[in-house]
Each structure stands twice: as structure tokens, then as C-alpha cells.
Write a protein that binds this ligand. Structure first.
Ligand code: MRU
Length: 353
């Protein structure tokens, strides 16, 4: 299994920590970053050492648990103040993936309950750490269920296009979009993958290609501007992507470029699937226009491998995500089943399951 992130319990001479596979170094180096404080976890998320909505969500939950676990507070009022700072720090890292806020809320809500009941601090620590570890296990279990639902939708053979990395690296394991592909292959389907390179951060080039090859899944890398060509040639049987936030009406934020791929798929009559665990759906966000879009550094666009490729002074835009309107989405695959239009109804119904 790909060790995207892992809670490391305290030993006699060292504190608890979280070990992250450094995704900025892939595919050339498999190195790890150890975060021993919640501040370090925030940096790891902000700098995209860990990235991908599900991985961000569980990392944030573990970050809150780590902050509480390492606190030296001896009374609840002091710890309350520290927990507020921990949660605010982690919440300020990346704005688009709702899983970040979900992960923080999971641990904060348990903390609030235990603190309100005047639970002894050592017991609070034990319970929040156990919860964070449970969320890790549940992420993988949910993605396996989601994968099985999605696998049934894919053709028995042919090429599936994906954009960005919605794989084991974007989660605690297995992946959402790539989890569906893994499940289809496990079920005997003869699937191969076309991966968009996903400029400017190159998640397709560096991460999707790396993790699929590691699993011996036949993979072809294409530049972002080639998808229409291959669709026109009849090469692509379906598109499957992950999601960073799905609004209550089904509008879906995912990596920049997803919207263009969805329109191309519609034009060519190719099914366009979104695969995401249910905690990526944000009932508090009514539609795509309300989803905050992260703007990242110009340097990600101006530089390739540390070398500037643009003339100095050119204007740069770098939105990290775009929103695909629900009308372009054939189905949203979750661990609660396959949701179809009208999404406002199917999402609301699945929320009660
Ligand atoms: O900026 P990133 O690499 O965190 O963006 C990741 C994506 O957009 C993924 O497609 C998305 O998180 C779905 S997979 C969990």
C-alpha cells in the first residue's frame, strides 16, 4: 500500500507524530516528512507535501489530534483556547477542499463534548487520537465501497481518461477516481488509463502516472490540451475524476482543467463521472458559485523544475480549481451509492441514509 500519511504513536523517547510521503518529491524520490506539531502539519498541507481532498481531510483531523495530544495544558479552559488556535491554523491552509473543514470538525466536535463533560485531559487525548486513526481506516473502507459501485459503471474494456490525481496519494489509500479504476481491474475489466498531465502542479505527470505504474495499470500520459483530440478519435470510453467540494446541487469543484474536460466529454457523448466520498459533499454550499477557489503562487506557472520559463513581467493567473456545473456530470459515485440528476434530490436523499 502507498504510505501517503501515517500516525506514528509516541515512544519512550519521542513524541507522537505524523509521517507524510513528500509528494513534492515524487516521482524521483520517495522521502518522508515527519510532522511533530500541528503547525508543521499545517505547513505540510499548505505546501502540498500532502494533497488531495481525502488526504487533506484526514491529515487535518490528525493535526488537531496531534495538537491536543502534545498540549501541556493542565486545565480545560486553557486547553479550549489552544484547541481554537489549532483549528484556526489548520483551517487557514487551503480553502477549497471541504474535507479539510470536515476533518477539523470531526475532532473538534468530539473534543468539545469531552471537554464539556469535564473529562480528564489524558482521557481526552486518548479519545481524539483514536478518532483520528479511525477516520484514516474509514477513508480506505469507504473508498473500497465507492470503488465497487463505480467499477460497475465502467465498460468491460477500453481507455478511461482521468485528470489530476484522485488516487491513493490523494487519500489514505486506494483512491476515489483511481479506486474505481482499481476496482474495475480487480473485477476483471481490461481497462487502461489516459492521465492528463495537470499543469501547473503536474499531479498527472508526477503522481497519477507513478502510482498507476506501481500497480502495473497500463497508463499513458497526455498533455492537458490533447484530451479533445483523443475523444475525437473515439479513444476515450469514459472520464472519471475526483472532487474537492460538491455543492448541494451537484456542481463540483476539482482540479483546474476539469471543467474543460467535462465539456469535451459532453460534446463527444462520453460519460463523465465524479468519484468522491460523501464527506466531499457540502450541503452548506448551495451551488458552484459559492465554492471558494484557491489562488496559488504565480511561481507554479512561471517556473518548471526551478527554471523560469516565462518572460519576466508577464501577468500570471493560477486558480487551483474550477467548477464543473452539475449538468455535465453523468453521475456522482459515493460510498452511499451512485447519485444521478437531479442531484439536489439524490444528494439530499443519500444524506438521510
Ligand atoms: O491541489 P490538489 O492536488 O490537492 O488537488 C487535488 C484534486 O483536485 C483532486 O482531484 C481531488 O482532491 C480529488 S481526489 C481526493
Amino acid at each position: 500500500m502507498i504510505p501517503t500519511l501515517e500516525w506514528t504513536p509516541a515512544g519512550v523517547n519521542f513524541p507522537a507524530s505524523i509521517r507524510f510521503l513528500d509528494q513534492t518529491k515524487l516521482p524521483h524520490e520517495e522521502t518522508y516528512v515527519l510532522a511533530t506539531t500541528y503547525d508543521e502539519v499545517a505547513t505540510v498541507i499548505r505546501d502540498m507535501i500532502v494533497r488531495g481532498a481525502m488526504a487533506i481531510g484526514v491529515s487535518a483531523a490528525m493535526g488537531v489530534a496531534l495538537g491536543i495530544d502534545r498540549s501541556t495544558a493542565t486545565d480545560i479552559p486553557t486547553l479550549n483556547k489552544e484547541v481554537a488556535v489549532i483549528c484556526d491554523t489548520l483551517a487557514a491552509t487551503r480553502p477549497t477542499a471541504v474535507n479539510l473543514f470536515w476533518g477539523i470538525a470531526q475532532v473538534r466536535d468530539l473534543y468539545n463534548q469531552l471537554a464539556a463533560a469535564n473529562t480528564p485531559i489524558p482521557e481526552i487525548k486518548k479519545q481524539v487520537v483514536a478518532l483520528a486513526q479511525r477516520l484514516y481506516d474509514e477513508d480506505i473502507a469507504n473508498l473500497r465501497i465507492l470503488g465497487a459501485y463505480g467499477a460497475a459503471l465502467l465498460p468491460d474494456s477500453g481507455t478511461i481518461l482521468t485528470h489530476c490525481n484522485a488516487g491513493a496519494l490523494a487519500a489514505c489509500g486506494y483512491g476515489s477516481a483511481l479506486g474505481v479504476i482499481r476496482a474495475a481491474i480487480e473485477a476483471g475489466k481490461k481497462i487502461d488509463v489516459f492521465a492528463d498531465e495537470t499543469r501547473p502542479f503536474n499531479q498527472g505527470t508526477r503522481l497519477t502516472a507513478w502510482e498507476l505504474l506501481k500497480d502495473n495499470i497500463p497508463t499513458t500520459l497526455i498533455c492537458d490540451n490533447m484530451a479533445g483530440y483523443f475523444m475525437g478519435q473515439g479513444r476515450i470510453k469514459a472520464v472519471i475524476v475526483g472532487a474537492d467540494r460538491i455543492a448541494a446541487n451537484g456542481d463540483t469543484a476539482n482540479k483546474i482543467g476539469t471543467y474543460s474536460v467535462a465539456i469535451l466529454a459532453k460534446e463527444h457523448g462520453i460519460p463523465f463521472y465524479v468519484a468522491a466520498p460523501f464527506n466531499t459533499i457540502d450541503p452548506a454550499t448551495p451551488n458552484g458559485a459559492a465554492i471558494p477557489i484557491e489562488q496559488r503562487s504565480a511561481r507554479e506557472v512561471t517556473h518548471v523544475n526551478g527554471v523560469q520559463v516565462t518572460p519576466t513581467g508577464v501577468g500570471i493567473q493560477n486558480p487551483a480549481f474550477d467548477v464543473t456545473p452539475a449538468k455535465y456530470i453523468t453521475a456522482i459515485i459515493t460510498e452511499r451509492g451512485v447519485l444521478r440528476a437531479p442531484f439536489t434530490d439524490s444528494i439530499a436523499k443519500a444524506a438521510t441514509n
